[in-house]
Design a protein around this ligand. Structure first.
Ligand code: CP
Length: 318
């Protein structure tokens, strides 16, 4: 694996899941793979799970992991080519990225979208510029449109709970108080659609919350949440802002929150959410605190997803 930006960087999803689960069973089996190598985790936005799970994963492989909160501790970065830097941006990515590349063997970066300009966000300008100029393999810790480490974790967690039959997987929109990116939903859709016909995939959301077809194509899409939830084996709950009239909150109907009542429509579904979650806004306490919720296991699996990906990149360089 040369980089990990989307599902397109993965040749065999199930093989990567198998590798992650092998690390879960034996975390230190490759503890010397990354000895004398360094990984940089660069955050332009906040994180709990991604930051710590990737650090733990790298350390399990013997790497030194260094975290740099670029947004708080670094110079403000300019990403536009040819920019006249007379504003508040102190350093161009063209200058910063190769320097960072000289310090690290692998670089990881988190860059959220602006949610102001769809064209800019969906061109993935920030992470693309970073890849272009840093000169070492890059792992996305969540970019403007995708969150691949989260999606790999979601597939790992569903694999652990796979029923004997082909599972029905439902991605449902949920209300929220803030304007959130489409990354997690886009990425989940992209991975489930690429998952080798392993699931019947349904996406449900209110009108006006359509996601980009480049990620959802292949899924059944409905505005009827109850119909979607019927007989579901897995329910993935997530809020996202509008894609078409970009970055807006339209209707924020609390009836879309996943409750115990709604869960009764499902095949005793396991419930996933990437976290952080707004309790009693996106998901009720009763659902989150029930045996159906596998969100903690899902978050714990972030370590094994990251470890499998870092390992693939290190092994390519051997
Ligand atoms: N799910 C996830 O990416 O969590 P953090 O934002 O805390 O890293």
């Amino acid at each position: 694996m040369k980089q990990f930006i989307s599902v397109h960087d993965v040749t065999d999803i199930n093989a990567l899941v198998k590798k992650a689960l092998a690390y879960k069973a034996n975390p230190l089996t490759d503890k010397n793979l990354g000895v004398n190598k360094r990984i940089g985790l660069l955050f332009l936005n906040p994180s709990l799970r991604t930051r710590l799970s990737t650090q733990v994963a790298a350390q399990n492989l013997g790497m030194e992991a260094i975290v740099f909160n670029v947004d708080k501790e670094g110079w403000a970065l300019e990403f536009e080519e040819g920019a006249i830097m007379s504003g508040n941006k102190a350093e161009h990515i063209k200058d910063a990225a190769p320097v960072l590349g000289s310090y690290f063997d692998i670089l990881c970066i988190r860059t959220f979208p602006s949610l102001k300009n769809r064209e800019d966000d969906y061109s993935e300008l920030y992470i693309s510029q970073f890849i272009k100029y840093c000169g070492v393999p890059v792992i996305s810790l969540e970019s403007a449109t995708l969150h691949p480490l989260q999606s790999l974790t979601d597939i790992i967690t569903m694999t652990e709970h796979a029923p004997a039959h082909k599972p029905k997987v439902v991605l449902t929109w949920a209300p929220h108080v803030k304007t959130l990116p489409q990354c997690v939903a886009n990425s989940f859709a992209q991975w489930v659609n690429a998952w080798d016909g392993k699931a019947e995939f349904v996406i449900t959301h209110p009108e006006d919350y359509e996601l980009s077809e480049q990620f959802t194509k292949g899924a059944t899409i409905t505005h009827n949440q109850d119909e979607a939830l019927k007989d579901a084996d897995f329910v993935y709950v997530k809020n996202w802002s509008t894609f078409n009239d970009y970055g807006k909150i339209y209707a924020n109907d609390p009836k879309w929150m996943l409750t115990e009542e709604k869960l009764k429509l499902t095949n005793n579904a396991k419930v996933l959410h990437c976290l952080p979650v707004r309790r009693n806004v996106e998901l009720s306490d009763e659902v989150l605190d029930s045996a159906n919720s596998i969100v903690t296991q899902e978050a714990a699996n972030r370590v094994w997803a990251a470890q499998a990906v870092i390992s693939e990149i290190l092994q390519r360089g051997e």
